[in-house]
Write a protein that binds this ligand. Structure first.
Ligand SMILES: Nc1ncnc2c1ncn2[C@@H]1O[C@H](COP(=O)(O)OP(=O)(O)O)[C@@H](O)[C@H]1O
Ligand SMILES: [Mg+2]
Length: 250
């Protein structure tokens, strides 16, 4: 089987600081994996180079064998890489339903021809409701996005990403700012979405319970370098990782 995503010798520096230092990663289709590492390790910067928000200095970002480097974020989204941001990117003054519906419509406009606009709106509404149900947000459909609790806003952000039907979904700290109870709920939900939407999923996370519970592969970044990669057991027992990161985190 070929990897769905392959990073080849990806390098990025800001000034003299190497934030991505010769990173090589292969992500297999259907895999759920975590990226962990201290603040400032370059995790978000790595995501930004996969989604086209930042250009690597050198190296390749191969998705289904094709190099994405130089493509616009919009083009990359429509080629199948979705993303939920560390900071929500919602339309706060629109309804929860409309936030998702807009994303459904933009994908439909991109991929299908509709002769009857009403049919298109009907389909978009149905798809948006289905996504809200998967997220457990259906009862909030008519509320404004800004009225939602912080945790639900983050879920809505994931819903918008799902509306674009990604094959690969990137989640940057999905449980940041949540209470322990909310985190547990979100953890279970992410696992459910991974299966239900047939996703390949990569999440950045500081909650080690979640990382070791649901990731099949864990990758550790430190100062832009891939320090280790392996199963949860391998990573938990890796001396270098314990010294560099896990020691203080656990
Ligand atoms: N646009 C930028 N310009 C300059 N430095 C940046 C920029 N974005 C991030 N950095 C720096 O790159 C390093 C990695 O940041 P980041 O990828 O956000 O880390 P992480 O997500 O692992 O916490 C940090 O030292 C950060 O200050
Ligand atoms: Mg970050």
């Amino acid at each position: 089987m070929n990897p769905l995503l392959k990073l080849e010798s990806v390098c990025k520096a800001f000034g003299g600081l190497k934030v991505t230092n010769n990173v090589n990663i292969s992500v297999m289709p259907g895999e759920i994996s975590a990226i962990i590492g201290p603040n400032g390790a370059g995790k978000t910067t790595l995501f930004n180079q996969i989604t086209g928000n930042l250009l690597p200095d050198t190296g390749k970002v191969l998705f289904k064998g094709k190099d994405l480097v130089g493509q616009t974020p919009q083009k990359i989204v429509f080629s199948g890489i979705g993303r939920a941001f560390q900071i929500s990117s919602l339309f706060p003054d629109e309804s929860v339903l409309d936030n998702i519906k807009v994303a459904c419509l933009s994908r439909m406009n991109k991929t299908k021809k509709f002769w009857r606009p009403m049919l298109k709106f009907k389909q978009a509404t149905e798809q948006a409701y289905a996504i809200l149900e998967s997220l457990g947000l259906e009862s909030q459909a008519q509320r404004f996005a800004f009225e939602l609790a912080h945790g639900d806003q983050k879920l809505l952000d994931i819903g918008i990403a799902l509306a674009l039907k990604p094959e690969l979904l990137l989640l940057d700290e999905p449980t940041a700012g949540m209470s322990p109870e909310e985190r547990k709920v979100t953890q279970n939900l992410i696992k459910k979405l991974w299966k239900e939407f047939d996703l390949t999923l990569i999440f950045i996370e500081h909650d080690m319970d979640m990382v070791f519970d649901i990731a099949q592969i864990v990758r550790v970044l430190q100062q832009g370098t891939l320090l280790a990669e392996g199963s949860p057991e391998e990573i938990q027992n890796n001396k270098e990782v314990i010294t560099a990161y896990l020691g203080e985190e656990l």
